[in-house]
Design a protein around this ligand. Structure first.
Ligand code: GLY
Length: 383
């Protein structure tokens, strides 16, 4: 596998280099692997924008190519103004994979200031009655004020990281409380997840589980499952709270039991149309990174999780990697951005980013460690 991973890494860096020359906007989706903007013009600040900077930073860390570094710095600066934006719950994705990763890989701590401000901005979405972070925009409609989602789990790393940096425990407390609420509201007894939780924002009581990008309210959207797996493993890494580890193990176990033969998930583990429906290669990339994170904190089962992660990554390299890209292209094919919204068979910038993160974990653990290792854990917290 070592050769396949090394070749796939070189291809990913080459595609990222080509995209740096070709792209003028932050990329999100690539229909059939080829870049074309799906939305009308939009200002920087969409939830996906940190994945492009994350790709540039990791590609630079591997190659040492000065153009990639200059590109990463230039695109990072386009995101800086979002540090006070209340318009997205994804400040964790955006700032960890632009400013935190930049500071950690270059050693220039100046990048951290904006990321710390972004962490405080994210906490403004915390509803203390329901003890959850609100998803999507606060447009004054009660329905949205009461919504949270499983994807938010991936934004908690920014809060924990900022808590470490500042010594302000309130940031970590919000992350931990949100993770506890999500576990009750969104993680089912069989280790699967619902996508959306609908709370009464005034009382904080859970009303129901809902779907948005999955097949139905009681199905399991595969990318959401992957966000949850990675998110709970990260929460355990920072806090050592045992319930977060058992949750991540249950999520990984469910995932393993529902993977198809080539180990790249269909877009929803419970779609009744399997196998005549769409894959989501991005769900596979995120799952591999989640398994690597889980292996790092679950020594008893580490070999099991790493073996699965390695085989999934190998399948992505062999069957989903685009090797003959010309011009702007995604790295992977066959992502499902949203099947209910009829957006599938795309290359997706987050699938590409986590593919490179996964290859980094297997080929250059030193870079992976520099970018993501916890500096000091915040244990001492209790269940
Ligand atoms: N966080 C949105 C998605 O995964 O599509």
């Amino acid at each position: 596998m070592t050769t396949v991973f090394a070749e796939s890494l070189q291809q990913s860096i080459e595609t990222t280099r080509q995209n740096l020359s070709a792209l003028e906007e932050f990329p999100e989706s690539f229909k059939h692997g080829l870049w074309r903007p799906i939305e009308k013009e939009r200002p920087a600040g969409h939830w996906v924008d940190g994945f492009w900077t994350g790709l540039l930073w990791l590609a630079w860390a591997h190659s040492g190519d000065a153009d990639l570094k200059a590109g990463a710095e230039r695109w990072n600066k386009k995101l800086a103004h979002l540090k006070t934006s209340r318009g997205t719950h994804d400040l964790g994705f955006i700032f960890y994979l632009s400013h935190v990763i930049a500071g950690r890989l270059t050693g220039h701590a100046d990048w951290f200031d904006n990321a710390i401000t972004a962490a405080y901005t994210l906490t403004q979405r915390y509803n203390p009655r329901g003890e959850y972070l609100q998803a999507w925009d606060d447009d004054g409609i009660r329905k949205w004020a009461g919504r949270s989602n499983i994807d938010l789990m991936m934004n908690l790393a920014l809060l924990y990281w900022a808590s470490e940096k500042t010594g302000d425990a309130s940031l970590a407390d919000i992350a931990t409380q949100h993770a506890r609420t999500s576990r009750l509201a969104l993680v089912r007894g069989d280790g699967s997840t619902a996508h959306v939780a609908d709370f009464n924002p005034d009382t904080g009581l859970l009303i129901r589980q809902e779907q948005y990008q999955g097949y139905s309210y009681d199905s399991c959207w595969s990318r959401g499952q992957a966000w949850a797996l990675y998110g709970y493993a990260t929460c355990y890494r920072y806090t050592a709270i045992p319930g977060f580890l058992t949750t991540a193990q249950a999520l990984a176990d469910y995932t393993q039991r529902h993977l198809p033969a080539d180990l790249v998930p269909f877009w929803d583990y419970n779609s009744p149309h399997i196998p005549e429906t769409y894959r989501d290669s991005s769900a596979a990339s995120v799952t591999v990174c989640g398994l690597v994170e889980l292996a790092a904190v679950d020594s008893q089962n580490a070999a099991r999780w790493l073996e699965l992660a390695e085989r999934m990554l190998h399948s992505l390299c062999e069957r989903y990697l685009i090797r003959d890209a010309q011009g702007a292209s995604s790295i992977l094919r066959e992502g499902a951005r949203s099947v209910p919204a009829n957006l599938m068979e795309h290359g997706l910038i987050y699938g590409d980013y986590y593919f490179l993160e996964a290859l980094t974990a297997f080929t250059r653990p030193d870079i992976h460690q520099r970018a993501f290792a916890v500096e000091s854990n915040l244990s001492g917290m209790s269940e």
